[in-house]
Design a protein around this ligand. Structure first.
Ligand code: CMC
Length: 428
């Protein structure tokens, strides 16, 4: 195995160590390059830059492989539960029976949030997007748990901070929806499962008993597993970089939620359904929209298509497409938008433009159809993604802290003016 590369530049030769990962992926270590040669590397959008070494999630975009801690996403989605996967991601191993029991119980007993959170919530106008509300409420947890501000505290205290984050996010998410609906909030019920509890807080009303349909809570659990981690994506890289300044877990997760919100990342699930609705309302002509997506003078993109890393298929999308069919079948729902999605997928997958560029449906293409079938409103879709991604953010934040990673601080190539003299306002 070659363990170094040479860079020839300006008459000098620089040796760059080659680092090899456990799946034989190689990386050039350029950390000393600037000191030796004055050169930095430039990689807009970090398309080919590794920011860390990580043992959490393995992803091979060419082969469509995704594994959490070595376990395939297909197997976890079929056999595991979201809280078990959360434990696996955060602590590195599948829990024993006792560990899982303790973890689940701890989460259930910490799901209540401080009553004062309600007054923060009241301050948001009802039109507020729930992602903005959620990000703010997560950040506000630092005020209720001031000890969480110090990420250097004991392992037990950090574990407490982690448990609170997982326990309280469904409550905060459901409350952000209740605020939007101007309905009274529902308190968590410790006896329910993680997803059933979330559903009763979303759809329940104090005036009636809420029965949670097990088909819905199971489908939701699977969706959360599929979203639980995805190595160094935009929001996770944000969480790590914010945490690298020794900001608290809650502050780091709050920024992760903000990064996830955009339509090129987690916000795509909302954008997909809006796009499919538009196509339906416009007569269902999918060819017209495929042509628009290919037209470089038109900013329109096929939402839910393409991925920075997957260039053959997104394994999560394959599982979700099947789950969408199953859930709609089980619930006896016919959704014309699902037919449009399937037509659109077929046309795009046979089109040279999409084939050449390796553009396939991603995780967000079919997830919105399931959320809709479960009764979740469109602007809550990205909140669902955030609920799923939370254990991944936590695991990555924890790994970054335990590896004593330095503060994240990229360089730049400056393209502005050279030094010039200030001109007073009278002379301008
Ligand atoms: N529709 C039409 N053309 C596309 C699309 C699309 N959805 N995605 C990429 N392209 C074209 C793009 O115009 C470019 O063409 P050319 O080479 O001629 O300039 C080429 O494909 C490469 O695209 P890129 O924007 O350079 O690729 P990227 O890696 O920077 O972007 C992406 C990845 C996911 C942001 C992009 O594919 C996209 O905008 N997709 C739609 C939004 C979406 O579904 N996002 C969810 C991603 S999965 C959930 C998650 O975030 O984890």
């Amino acid at each position: 195995m070659v363990n170094k590369a040479e860079l020839h530049y300006d008459g000098e030769v620089y040796e760059l160590p080659v680092i090899t990962g456990s799946e034989n992926e190689n990386a050039l270590d350029i950390s000393k390059l600037r000191g030796q040669s004055g050169l930095i590397t430039l990689d807009r959008g970090f398309k080919n830059t590794g920011s860390c070494e990580s043992s959490i999630t393995f992803l091979n975009g060419e082969k469509g492989i995704l594994r959490y801690r070595g376990y395939s996403i297909e197997e976890l989605a079929e056999k595991s539960t979201f809280l078990e996967v959360s434990f696996l991601l955060i602590y590195g191993e599948l829990p024993t029976k006792d560990e899982l029991k303790f973890f689940v119980n701890e989460i259930a007993t910490h799901s209540l949030v401080h009553e004062d959170v309600k007054s923060i919530l009241d301050g948001f106008p009802s039109k507020s997007h729930p992602m903005g509300v959620l990000s703010s409420l997560v950040s506000s947890l630092t005020a209720f748990y001031p000890k969480s501000l110090d990420p250097n505290r004991s392992k037990e205290e950090i574990d407490g901070t982690i448990i609170r984050a997982i326990a309280k996010l469904p409550t905060l998410a459901a409350w952000s929806f209740k605020n939007r609906m101007r309905q009274p909030i529902m308190y968590p019920k410790n006896s329910l499962s993680y997803t059933a509890n979330f559903i009763q807080m979303m759809f329940g009303l104090p005036t009636m008993e809420t029965e949670v349909n097990p088909i819905i809570s199971k489908a939701l659990d699977k969706l959360l597993i599929l979203h639980a981690d995805h190595e160094q994506n935009c929001s996770t890289a944000t969480v790590r970089i914010v945490g690298s300044s020794h900001a608290s877990l809650y502050a780091s997760v709050s920024s992760g939620i903000a990064a996830l919100w955009g339509p090129l990342h987690g916000g795509a699930n909302q954008a997909v359904i809006e796009m499919l609705e538009d196509i339906k309302d416009d007569g269902g002509d999918v060819d017209k929209y495929v042509a628009k997506a290919k037209d470089k003078s038109d900013p329109f993109r096929l939402m839910g298509f393409g991925h920075r890393v997957y260039k053959s298929f997104d394994p999560r999308a394959t599982i979700i497409k099947k789950a969408a069919d199953d859930v709609l079948d089980e619930l006896g729902i016919e959704d014309p938008v699902l037919d449009i999605a399937k037509k659109l997928e077929k046309v795009a997958l046979n089109d040279e433009y999409f084939k050449e560029r390796g553009l396939y449906p991603n995780v967000d293409f079919y997830s919105g159809i399931i959320y809709r079938a479960l009764g979740i409103p469109t602007d809550m879709f990205t909140v669902m993604f955030a609920l799923g991604r939370l254990p991944g953010w936590i695991a990555q934040w924890k790994e970054m802290r335990e590896n004593h990673e330095p503060i994240g601080r990229p360089r730049q190539v400056f393209t502005g003016s050279s030094a010039r003299q200030y001109v007073s306002i009278e002379n301008r």
